[in-house]
Design a protein around this ligand. Structure first.
Ligand SMILES: NC(=O)c1ccc[n+]([C@@H]2O[C@H](COP(=O)([O-])OP(=O)(O)OC[C@H]3O[C@@H](n4cnc5c(N)ncnc54)[C@H](OP(=O)(O)O)[C@@H]3O)[C@@H](O)[C@H]2O)c1
Length: 184
């Protein structure tokens, strides 16, 4: 039976991760609000048949819970989740964790966080069946004067490296020296 992955926030910087998961043999469910953008992720893959689109707004917790319940219905099990969720939706990640943990089988959560997580780590529920991995998106110091944020490609490659290494915490780019963090 194929392994199943869920990518939340799938049509932006995680596009390359979603397509890579399909290449690894996963069946991949994509979450984002705009169905057209999700379809572009699928249609740009060599394995479009591996994708299911799940357009929803993760601020709407009831909708999200219902969608997650449908996802694990009929004895399905999600093996791996990659989640990039804006801080405006604090209930989204706990909702996903609670529902996907119900089958009581082990699964892995790769939580993609902004650079501020370095100084202020997010509080995440501990659930026995959910192995939590944190990925902090840092920045790049190009020289003594210049620093910049990561590109989508750097982010996607960094997330893929983290999934391959299964590290508990990984940093894409750098977070120190903190005062070199780009201002905008
Ligand atoms: N440290 C760094 O260097 C760093 C960190 C973060 C971001 N960035 C850069 O900043 C750019 C913009 O960031 P971004 O946060 O807009 O990320 P993004 O990955 O470009 O887009 C956000 C993703 O989440 C989905 N999404 C947004 N709100 C949603 C909601 N309420 N419900 C469900 N899905 C939702 C979006 O699809 P829909 O809009 O269709 O819902 C999209 O798939 C990125 O492309 C990245 O390059 C850099």
């Amino acid at each position: 039976m194929s392994r199943q992955a869920l990518v939340v926030g799938a049509s932006g910087m995680l596009t390359g991760v979603a397509r890579w998961l399909a290449e690894q043999g996963y069946l991949v469910t994509l979450v984002g609000r705009d169905q057209g953008r999700l379809a572009q992720v699928r249609d740009g893959s060599l394995y479009p048949q591996s994708f299911t689109l799940l357009p929803l707004d993760y601020h709407r917790t009831d909708h999200l819970r219902e969608a997650m319940e449908q996802l694990i219905g009929e004895n399905r099990h999600i093996d791996l989740v990659v989640a990039w969720i804006h801080q405006t939706a604090p209930d989204a990640l706990p909702t996903i964790q609670q529902v996907l943990s119900r089958p009581n089988k082990n699964w892995s959560l790769y939580h993609v966080c902004g650079s501020k997580a370095w100084l202020h780590p997010p509080i995440v529920q501990e659930i026995a069946s959910c192995t939590y991995h944190q990925i902090i998106l840092g920045f790049i110091c190009e020289n003594e004067q210049k620093s910049r944020w990561l590109t989508n490609n750097e982010i996607a490659q960094g997330v893929i490296r983290s999934i391959q290494s299964q590290e508990m915490q990984s940093i894409v780019g750098q977070v120190e020296p903190w005062d070199r963090r780009p201002s905008s």
